[in-house]
Design a protein. Structure first.
Length: 133
């Protein structure tokens, strides 16, 4: 039996340039996509769900933050899907005080091997500086 992981996806720094209503609609579409074979479950995150240290509002749903229950076997597929879905952004993985940023799939796979020991993970989608290369 494989372990599931609570995955929080934070889109607030992704540079999507969306109005609040558009961000909510976009987030809902991502939730539906995640539920379609990538995650066991996915919802818009509530303030009470967000791990300590993450940005959270006072109550209700937090715009741009999704919560998904992901089987560890699917985590790499979910992160690859997210990178493809939000072009021009990089992903930063956070677990408590540990923050990981990856540039290659090999680096990501190495970092994800440690996931068997944790119960939740936050992924920040951050607008990339395209002037570098």
């Amino acid at each position: 039996m494989s372990k599931n992981l609570d995955l929080f996806i934070d889109l607030n720094e992704a540079g999507l340039d969306l109005e609040p209503e558009e961000l909510e609609a976009y987030s809902q579409r991502l939730v539906l996509d995640l539920k379609d074979g990538l995650a066991e479950d996915a919802v818009l995150a509530r303030s009470a769900d967000i791990p300590e240290g993450s940005k959270a509002g006072e109550g209700g749903f937090d715009l741009g933050i999704l919560k998904a229950e992901v089987n560890l076997k699917n985590i790499l597929a979910v992160l690859q899907w997210l990178r493809e879905r939000i072009a021009g952004a990089s992903l930063e993985l956070e677990y408590g005080d540990v923050k990981l940023k990856y540039r290659t799939e090999k680096e990501l796979e190495q970092q994800l091997q440690a996931l068997e020991k944790i119960s939740h993970l936050t992924v920040r989608v951050v607008k990339s500086d395209t002037s570098k290369d």
